[in-house]
Design a protein. Structure first.
Length: 221
């Protein structure tokens, strides 16, 4: 996935005492379109004193098409709904057993540019996987996290009014078959993998608890 921004964030940073504590919300399984609408409302209504939030959740099966998505990458959706969304990037799949972390961050206040935000999300996942004995890395040509060439986490962001929403999706223990119905993130025949197949934990809630402090650390929260 990639990002899209309405306007470039201002440079500069704030002291840690100016930044309220990040709020963590565990939303369980939530409808995709309703969740995006909630993120949009949150972003539109926030002010310089609004705490950042990280939302952990899972989605029912859905293909999502980013602003740059080409329809030829949607191969055979069949019975799975397809939703156009406002993040950057191409097409991806969300479903039960995949941990989604939406990062609603005032990047101006945090002193982050978009590249730093992307790197923070990627490195949080890389560090998490390392704690499970899994060697993972990011790629300069394709945002996300990869294990041996197979994608295990996707990124997609929107920046509006100096704040981010959307975030990352980490495959934990899910049905990977729907990925064969698309060119994931616009890459033909891109292999995908998940924690359950690599000896990692199979409970998204457990993984969320382990990912949370790494996200907070890398985001400077």
């Amino acid at each position: 996935m990639r990002f899209t921004a309405d306007s470039p964030p201002a440079s500069g940073s704030s002291s840690s005492s100016d930044i309220p504590a990040t709020r963590i919300r565990n939303l369980g399984r939530a409808d995709y379109a309703s969740t995006v609408a909630a993120m949009q409302r949150f972003t539109d209504q926030r002010n310089p004193h609004t705490p950042d939030e990280i939302w952990f959740l899972e989605h029912p099966p859905v293909f999502t098409m980013g602003l740059n998505a080409a329809t030829e990458h949607l191969l055979a959706p069949a019975d799975i709904p397809v939703v156009q969304t406002d993040r950057g990037g191409q097409v991806t799949y969300h479903g039960p057993g995949q941990l989604v972390a939406y990062t609603l961050i005032d990047i101006r206040r945090a002193g982050l540019n978009v590249r730093q935000l992307v790197s923070a999300l990627e490195q949080a996942v890389v560090g998490l996987l390392a704690s499970y004995g899994i060697d993972a890395s990011s790629r300069p040509d394709a945002p996300g996290v990869y294990v041996g060439g197979a994608k295990i986490a996707s990124l997609g962001l929107r920046i509006r009014k100096g704040a981010s929403y959307h975030g990352l999706a980490l495959n934990v223990a899910m049905n990977l078959e729907p990925f064969s119905r698309i060119n994931p993130c616009g890459f033909e025949a891109l292999a995908v993998t998940q924690l359950a197949d690599l000896g990692g934990p199979q409970d998204p809630e457990e993984v969320a608890g382990a990912l949370e402090p790494r996200l907070l650390s890398h985001l400077g929260a």
